[in-house]
Design a protein around this ligand. Sequence first.
Ligand SMILES: [Zn+2]
Ligand SMILES: [Zn+2]
Length: 261
Amino acid sequence: MRGPLDSNGTRRRSSGRGRLVRRLVASAPERVADGVWIVRGGFPLKTMNVYLLEEDGGGVCLFDAGSADMAGALSFAGRGLGGISRIVLGHAHADHRGAAPALGVPVFCHPADRPDAEGDGGDHYFDFSELSFPFNHTLRMLLARWDGGPVKITGTLEEGDEVAAGFTVVHLPGHAPGLIGLYRERDGVALTTDCFYTFDVQSSRKGEARVPHAAFTLDTEGARASIRKLAGLGPSAAWPGHADPLTSDVAARLERAAAGG
Ligand SMILES: [Zn+2]
Ligand SMILES: [Zn+2]
């Protein structure tokens, strides 16, 4: 890959050390659908997924901003794709807004998550007593490390609003009040942030789709209803904010997740 342009417009080679540091905290961008790239990152297991969507006018729109330590890798990946135009937050949690303040571009979210994006990242409804020892301690510590702090929200997006690369907003409240997914009718691709999990938040072990963990979820019954709403769209693939996507039998697996523990 060619190095980014510096402020004088000359192309600068990425240093070996810079490249190594970026690879330790995040993967190189990988194309997962038409006009959609993923960067996987975050300390310690690269379980955060950030999506880069091609804008009509050039550059990319980020969907979610991962953890604070991904800022350098996201900035580098964005420059390689024409520059980051804006960020759309799937929801306000620390591990999704993390890199947003450092990237210095306009940030958008659903109005119901705006206070938390500009505030404590949803921490006021997290319940660490739902986690077993020692994860109640380690996850509290990791969340603080992942967070980049409050984000100034430029504007808000609601159900049906068009974003980039043919995606529109779907409101999927429950895990967070203003959680939004992005859905593209023409190929059925959904980007779903924390609407559902495909991993165990304590062990980080990957697995089948499930309701997001109660410790970080405002309204579990609302989250079940939103997973059913997503299933009802009949997606061909659902790419979450952590771990692995669902790429086969998607609606049935989402229905099972909504009904499960
Ligand atoms: Zn979350
Ligand atoms: Zn998350």
